[in-house]
Write a protein that binds this ligand. Sequence first.
Ligand SMILES: CC(C)(COP(=O)(O)OP(=O)(O)OC[C@H]1O[C@@H](n2cnc3c(N)ncnc32)[C@H](O)[C@@H]1OP(=O)(O)O)[C@@H](O)C(=O)NCCC(=O)NCCS
Length: 151
Amino acid sequence: MIERISLTDIKEVLEVINTSNREAFRTIIPKKYFLDPVLSTKQFIKEFERYDFFSYKIREKIVGIAALEIKNTTGIINWVYVQPKWQRKGIGTSLVKYLEKKAKKSGLNNIQLVTIEKAEVAISFYKKLGYRSVRHMEREWGLDVVMMKEL
Ligand SMILES: CC(C)(COP(=O)(O)OP(=O)(O)OC[C@H]1O[C@@H](n2cnc3c(N)ncnc32)[C@H](O)[C@@H]1OP(=O)(O)O)[C@@H](O)C(=O)NCCC(=O)NCCS
């Protein structure tokens, strides 16, 4: 069900990321800073060089995405998005746990990620997975939170 994304999946991947981002952040991020789409094809190709992207498929259709970057001893998680109608079914949890296993196998000892302080769903999602807030960063749109988990 979880597999590595290839560049041929790009259209489906962008659809999941951009739809989920719109639903989740449209009312959280001030209009001036809200990007829709949050990711273009060109930007995705750049991100694809940096991160290992994985998809969660149901009946051959991509319904969730998550990406991992391996940086020295730290793993960076990003682009965790589940299609709105498939949310709250454990898909996000499966994807993040999958990345954690990969990171551990690669010898990493912790994982970090950044989210928005006002994104209560994302924060409770990561807290349930054992992540804790380690610092805040001031941005034009408000506060970002860095979260971390020891593996
Ligand atoms: C955050 C997100 C990836 C979670 O994916 P998901 O598949 O819906 O999450 P899960 O079903 O694995 O949920 C695990 C736990 O997270 C928390 N959670 C998930 N959705 C929640 C919601 N809408 N409200 C409150 N808590 C929520 C709950 O503790 C949940 O456990 P429970 O269902 O037993 O109560 C998904 O909501 C999403 O794509 N959001 C938009 C993008 C985003 O915020 N990405 C992460 C930060 S960039």
